[in-house]
Design a protein around this ligand. Structure first.
Ligand SMILES: Cc1cc2nc3c(=O)[nH]c(=O)nc-3n(C[C@H](O)[C@H](O)[C@H](O)COP(=O)(O)O)c2cc1C
Length: 213
């Protein structure tokens, strides 16, 4: 039986673009994998704590780990096991304050404490990981804020280079144009980008096309 592991990290649950695109991916994946199982972890609904990460880190140096340190190590191991058990991952990655969502960062940091995710182990080799990115402004070449997205480079490097996964990137930008008068001239472009992301998510979920990472 195939398994998809879905991670959501939007703080805007009711209107989230990453949720919307990941939903599209998930339904295409379900259609392509009858009987497949989807495990979901919404890191905003059920956040991880940086304090637990600190305990998991401290446990590595401790001769006699405290109860809190042991619990943190066990929790990180459970998270790592969930990820390693999946045949594919889809991860919602909104851009907040020009960086990676802290909910997502904490989850990655927790995984990194598990020995199975140690450097140069490439634990996700052969696993397709689809990053569903959304940002309110424009950071593409030629945009006034070109290069300001500091989330995507980190995520591609982490999942691709460090974890060894086959990374697919689905990016939607200008998501604020719909409601921002200052961005009214960008609305047609925003609609087209969103529609393109839906098409990519359908194709990537079905496994028929792998957009360039
Ligand atoms: C707290 C917060 C910070 C944001 N910071 C940025 C930013 O730095 N740059 C940007 O282009 N958009 C920014 N946005 C807009 C989001 O990137 C945009 O709403 C995107 O659709 C987020 O994905 P989501 O809809 O799945 O939450 C921010 C939104 C919020 C709520």
């Amino acid at each position: 039986m195939s398994t998809l592991y879905r991670v959501d990290t939007s703080v805007q649950a009711g209107t989230s673009v990453t949720h919307e695109i990941a939903d599209e991916f998930e339904s295409a994946w379900r259609a392509a994998h009858p009987g497949g199982e989807v495990t979901r972890r919404d890191l905003v609904h059920t956040p991880l704590s940086p304090a637990v990460w600190t305990e998991a880190l401290a446990a590595r140096e401790a001769d006699h780990p405290t109860a809190a340190q042991t619990a943190a190590v066990e929790f990180a191991a459970a998270l790592a096991t969930e990820v390693l058990a999946a045949d594919a991952l889809v991860i919602g990655a909104p851009l907040y304050n020009w960086g990676v969502s802290e909910h997502l960062k904490c989850w990655i940091d927790m995984l990194w404490t598990d020995p199975r995710f140690a450097p140069r182990t490439y634990p996700l080799t052969g696993t397709p990981v689809t990053l569903v990115v959304a940002r309110g402004g424009g950071t593409s070449p030629g945009a006034p804020q070109e290069g300001w997205d500091h989330s995507v480079p980190f995520l591609r490097h982490t999942f691709g280079t460090v974890f060894g996964a086959e990374v697919t990137l689905i990016e939607t930008e200008l998501t604020l144009a719909e409601h921002s008068p200052a961005m009214a001239h960008l609305r047609d472009r925003a609609v087209a980008l969103r529609a393109n992301s839906h098409a990519l998510a359908r194709a990537a979920g079905a496994g028929t096309v792998r957009p360039a990472a």
